[in-house]
Design a protein around this ligand. Structure first.
Ligand SMILES: [Zn+2]
Length: 269
Protein backbone atom coordinates (compact mmCIF):
# COMPACT_ATOMS: atom_id res chain seq x y z
CA UNK A 1 0.00 0.00 0.00
CA UNK A 2 1.13 3.51 -0.81
CA UNK A 3 2.05 5.73 2.11
CA UNK A 4 -0.30 8.63 2.86
CA UNK A 5 2.37 11.17 1.93
CA UNK A 6 5.98 11.51 0.90
CA UNK A 7 8.50 14.11 2.07
CA UNK A 8 11.06 15.41 -0.43
CA UNK A 9 13.83 17.54 1.05
CA UNK A 10 14.55 20.62 -1.05
CA UNK A 11 18.23 21.48 -1.69
CA UNK A 12 18.12 24.79 0.22
CA UNK A 13 19.85 24.24 3.58
CA UNK A 14 20.74 27.40 5.53
CA UNK A 15 20.82 28.88 9.02
CA UNK A 16 17.12 29.75 8.66
CA UNK A 17 15.88 26.62 6.86
CA UNK A 18 17.96 23.98 8.67
CA UNK A 19 18.45 20.95 6.42
CA UNK A 20 16.13 22.56 3.83
CA UNK A 21 12.41 22.79 3.16
CA UNK A 22 10.27 19.65 3.40
CA UNK A 23 8.11 19.43 0.29
CA UNK A 24 5.07 17.17 0.66
CA UNK A 25 3.59 14.94 -2.03
CA UNK A 26 0.29 13.32 -1.09
CA UNK A 27 -2.99 11.96 -2.38
CA UNK A 28 -3.55 9.73 -5.39
CA UNK A 29 -6.28 7.89 -7.25
CA UNK A 30 -8.71 9.66 -9.55
CA UNK A 31 -8.15 13.08 -8.01
CA UNK A 32 -4.40 12.85 -8.47
CA UNK A 33 -1.62 14.19 -6.28
CA UNK A 34 -1.20 17.40 -4.29
CA UNK A 35 2.08 19.19 -3.63
CA UNK A 36 2.71 21.38 -0.60
CA UNK A 37 5.51 23.99 -0.75
CA UNK A 38 7.62 23.48 -3.88
CA UNK A 39 10.53 25.32 -2.35
CA UNK A 40 13.18 26.02 -4.95
CA UNK A 41 13.53 26.31 -8.70
CA UNK A 42 16.02 23.45 -9.06
CA UNK A 43 15.67 20.99 -11.94
CA UNK A 44 16.74 17.77 -10.18
CA UNK A 45 14.58 18.55 -7.16
CA UNK A 46 11.49 19.48 -9.21
CA UNK A 47 12.01 16.32 -11.31
CA UNK A 48 11.89 14.26 -8.10
CA UNK A 49 8.69 16.08 -7.06
CA UNK A 50 7.05 15.48 -10.44
CA UNK A 51 8.09 11.81 -10.37
CA UNK A 52 6.64 11.30 -6.88
CA UNK A 53 3.44 12.96 -8.14
CA UNK A 54 3.34 10.69 -11.20
CA UNK A 55 3.30 7.65 -8.89
CA UNK A 56 0.08 9.10 -7.46
CA UNK A 57 -1.77 9.83 -10.66
CA UNK A 58 0.01 13.07 -11.51
CA UNK A 59 0.16 16.43 -9.75
CA UNK A 60 -3.17 18.30 -9.96
CA UNK A 61 -2.67 21.16 -7.54
CA UNK A 62 0.05 23.08 -5.73
CA UNK A 63 -0.62 24.31 -2.19
CA UNK A 64 1.44 26.96 -0.40
CA UNK A 65 1.67 27.24 3.40
CA UNK A 66 2.81 30.89 3.22
CA UNK A 67 4.54 33.29 0.92
CA UNK A 68 8.11 33.13 2.21
CA UNK A 69 10.70 32.47 -0.55
CA UNK A 70 11.74 29.05 0.76
CA UNK A 71 8.14 27.77 0.34
CA UNK A 72 7.29 29.10 -3.10
CA UNK A 73 10.56 29.17 -5.08
CA UNK A 74 9.65 26.27 -7.39
CA UNK A 75 5.91 26.91 -7.67
CA UNK A 76 5.80 28.96 -10.87
CA UNK A 77 8.14 26.64 -12.77
CA UNK A 78 6.08 23.66 -11.66
CA UNK A 79 2.86 25.36 -12.74
CA UNK A 80 4.28 26.25 -16.16
CA UNK A 81 5.33 22.65 -16.65
CA UNK A 82 2.16 20.96 -15.34
CA UNK A 83 -0.61 23.52 -16.07
CA UNK A 84 -2.13 23.20 -12.59
CA UNK A 85 -3.35 25.85 -10.16
CA UNK A 86 -1.44 27.32 -7.25
CA UNK A 87 -3.50 27.67 -4.06
CA UNK A 88 -2.52 30.05 -1.27
CA UNK A 89 -4.32 31.91 1.50
CA UNK A 90 -4.26 35.20 -0.39
CA UNK A 91 -2.77 36.98 -3.37
CA UNK A 92 -1.54 39.55 -0.91
CA UNK A 93 0.68 36.81 0.49
CA UNK A 94 1.47 35.00 -2.77
CA UNK A 95 0.88 37.40 -5.70
CA UNK A 96 1.06 34.67 -8.38
CA UNK A 97 -1.50 32.37 -6.72
CA UNK A 98 -4.41 31.24 -8.93
CA UNK A 99 -6.83 30.45 -6.12
CA UNK A 100 -7.28 31.83 -2.62
CA UNK A 101 -7.85 29.32 0.18
CA UNK A 102 -10.34 30.08 2.94
CA UNK A 103 -10.02 28.57 6.41
CA UNK A 104 -11.63 25.11 6.41
CA UNK A 105 -11.40 24.55 2.65
CA UNK A 106 -10.73 20.91 1.76
CA UNK A 107 -8.80 19.17 -0.99
CA UNK A 108 -8.98 15.55 -2.19
CA UNK A 109 -6.16 13.36 -0.87
CA UNK A 110 -6.73 9.80 -2.12
CA UNK A 111 -8.86 8.01 0.46
CA UNK A 112 -8.36 10.91 2.85
CA UNK A 113 -9.16 14.64 2.80
CA UNK A 114 -6.81 17.55 3.33
CA UNK A 115 -8.20 20.49 5.28
CA UNK A 116 -6.71 23.99 5.25
CA UNK A 117 -6.45 25.69 8.65
CA UNK A 118 -5.56 29.39 8.76
CA UNK A 119 -2.81 29.69 11.37
CA UNK A 120 -1.40 33.25 11.20
CA UNK A 121 1.49 34.42 13.36
CA UNK A 122 4.70 33.41 11.63
CA UNK A 123 3.13 35.31 8.72
CA UNK A 124 -0.40 36.66 8.22
CA UNK A 125 -1.10 34.27 5.33
CA UNK A 126 0.09 31.07 7.01
CA UNK A 127 -1.92 27.91 6.39
CA UNK A 128 -1.47 24.50 8.00
CA UNK A 129 -2.95 21.44 6.31
CA UNK A 130 -4.53 18.55 8.19
CA UNK A 131 -4.88 15.11 6.66
CA UNK A 132 -8.21 14.43 8.32
CA UNK A 133 -8.32 10.64 8.75
CA UNK A 134 -4.61 10.15 9.23
CA UNK A 135 -4.49 13.15 11.67
CA UNK A 136 -1.20 14.35 10.20
CA UNK A 137 -0.65 18.10 10.35
CA UNK A 138 1.58 19.70 7.74
CA UNK A 139 2.51 22.69 9.82
CA UNK A 140 4.67 24.82 7.53
CA UNK A 141 6.64 27.26 9.67
CA UNK A 142 4.17 27.29 12.56
CA UNK A 143 6.13 24.58 14.34
CA UNK A 144 9.71 23.68 13.55
CA UNK A 145 11.42 20.30 13.84
CA UNK A 146 14.80 21.95 14.41
CA UNK A 147 14.58 25.08 16.59
CA UNK A 148 11.91 27.42 17.84
CA UNK A 149 10.87 29.24 14.75
CA UNK A 150 11.23 32.95 14.28
CA UNK A 151 8.37 35.39 14.79
CA UNK A 152 9.81 38.54 13.27
CA UNK A 153 7.85 41.80 13.02
CA UNK A 154 6.48 43.37 10.96
CA UNK A 155 5.37 40.09 9.37
CA UNK A 156 5.35 37.99 12.50
CA UNK A 157 2.61 38.60 15.06
CA UNK A 158 3.03 36.98 18.48
CA UNK A 159 -0.59 37.36 19.54
CA UNK A 160 -1.83 35.71 16.34
CA UNK A 161 0.89 33.09 16.68
CA UNK A 162 -0.10 32.07 20.19
CA UNK A 163 -3.78 32.03 19.19
CA UNK A 164 -2.94 29.74 16.27
CA UNK A 165 -1.08 27.35 18.59
CA UNK A 166 -3.99 27.41 21.04
CA UNK A 167 -6.40 26.63 18.22
CA UNK A 168 -4.32 23.58 17.31
CA UNK A 169 -4.54 22.39 20.91
CA UNK A 170 -8.22 21.71 20.14
CA UNK A 171 -7.37 19.56 17.11
CA UNK A 172 -6.72 15.82 17.31
CA UNK A 173 -3.24 15.50 15.78
CA UNK A 174 -1.19 12.31 15.66
CA UNK A 175 1.96 13.76 14.10
CA UNK A 176 3.29 17.08 12.88
CA UNK A 177 5.32 17.32 9.68
CA UNK A 178 7.02 20.73 9.83
CA UNK A 179 8.47 22.51 6.81
CA UNK A 180 11.91 22.26 8.41
CA UNK A 181 13.35 19.33 10.37
CA UNK A 182 12.06 15.89 11.29
CA UNK A 183 8.51 14.75 11.98
CA UNK A 184 7.19 15.36 15.50
CA UNK A 185 5.23 12.43 16.94
CA UNK A 186 4.35 13.90 20.35
CA UNK A 187 2.26 16.58 18.65
CA UNK A 188 0.30 18.06 21.55
CA UNK A 189 3.30 17.95 23.91
CA UNK A 190 5.27 19.97 21.36
CA UNK A 191 2.47 22.51 20.90
CA UNK A 192 2.22 22.96 24.69
CA UNK A 193 6.00 23.32 24.91
CA UNK A 194 5.90 26.06 22.24
CA UNK A 195 3.20 27.96 24.11
CA UNK A 196 5.05 27.62 27.42
CA UNK A 197 8.32 28.73 25.85
CA UNK A 198 6.69 31.87 24.45
CA UNK A 199 4.91 32.65 27.71
CA UNK A 200 8.20 32.30 29.59
CA UNK A 201 9.91 34.72 27.19
CA UNK A 202 7.00 37.11 27.64
CA UNK A 203 7.46 37.01 31.41
CA UNK A 204 11.17 37.68 30.92
CA UNK A 205 10.34 40.68 28.73
CA UNK A 206 8.03 42.02 31.45
CA UNK A 207 10.70 41.40 34.11
CA UNK A 208 13.35 43.19 32.03
CA UNK A 209 11.03 46.19 31.76
CA UNK A 210 10.55 46.13 35.53
CA UNK A 211 14.27 46.23 36.37
CA UNK A 212 15.51 48.46 33.54
CA UNK A 213 14.68 52.19 33.45
CA UNK A 214 11.64 53.31 31.42
CA UNK A 215 12.53 54.06 27.82
CA UNK A 216 14.79 51.05 27.47
CA UNK A 217 15.57 49.87 23.92
CA UNK A 218 15.21 46.35 22.56
CA UNK A 219 18.99 46.15 22.09
CA UNK A 220 19.38 46.86 25.82
CA UNK A 221 16.75 44.32 26.78
CA UNK A 222 18.08 41.39 24.76
CA UNK A 223 21.25 40.63 26.80
CA UNK A 224 19.14 40.81 29.96
CA UNK A 225 16.67 38.22 28.64
CA UNK A 226 18.86 35.95 26.52
CA UNK A 227 21.64 35.41 29.07
CA UNK A 228 21.84 31.77 27.95
CA UNK A 229 22.06 32.52 24.24
CA UNK A 230 25.13 33.03 22.01
CA UNK A 231 25.49 36.82 21.44
CA UNK A 232 25.75 36.13 17.69
CA UNK A 233 22.07 35.16 17.83
CA UNK A 234 21.04 38.35 19.65
CA UNK A 235 19.93 40.00 16.40
CA UNK A 236 17.44 37.17 15.86
CA UNK A 237 16.44 37.29 19.53
CA UNK A 238 15.69 41.01 19.10
CA UNK A 239 12.93 40.13 16.60
CA UNK A 240 11.35 37.88 19.15
CA UNK A 241 11.51 40.55 21.88
CA UNK A 242 9.94 43.06 19.49
CA UNK A 243 7.17 40.59 18.65
CA UNK A 244 6.45 40.10 22.36
CA UNK A 245 6.48 43.87 22.97
CA UNK A 246 4.00 44.43 20.15
CA UNK A 247 1.70 41.78 21.60
CA UNK A 248 1.97 43.33 25.09
CA UNK A 249 1.34 46.78 23.60
CA UNK A 250 -1.86 45.52 21.97
CA UNK A 251 -2.87 44.08 25.33
CA UNK A 252 -2.24 47.45 27.03
CA UNK A 253 0.56 46.18 29.28
CA UNK A 254 3.50 48.06 27.75
CA UNK A 255 3.88 51.27 25.80
CA UNK A 256 6.25 52.63 23.22
CA UNK A 257 7.52 55.99 24.49
CA UNK A 258 9.44 56.97 21.38
CA UNK A 259 11.04 55.13 18.52
CA UNK A 260 12.25 51.83 20.06
CA UNK A 261 11.89 53.01 23.65
CA UNK A 262 9.69 50.84 25.80
CA UNK A 263 8.14 50.99 29.26
CA UNK A 264 5.57 49.19 31.34
CA UNK A 265 2.17 50.83 31.46
CA UNK A 266 1.74 52.16 34.99
CA UNK A 267 -1.54 51.14 36.53
CA UNK A 268 -3.71 54.24 36.84
CA UNK A 269 -4.74 54.68 40.47
ZN1 LIG B 1 8.47 31.17 6.72
Amino acid sequence: MQEAYKVILAPNPSIMTGPGTNTIVLGGGEEGATIIDPAVDDIAYLDAVVEAGAERGGIRRILITHGHPDHIGGAETLRKHLHVSIYAFSRQGVPFADEEVADGMTFPAGADTLQAIHTPGHRFDHLSFLLEKQRTLFAGDLISGITTNVIAPPEGDMLDYLNSLKRLQEVDISEIVPAHGPTITDAQAKISEYIQHRMLREQQVMQALEVLPPGVTIAEMVPQIYVDVDPRLHAIAAWSVEAHLMKLEREGLVEKLEHDQWALVKPTA
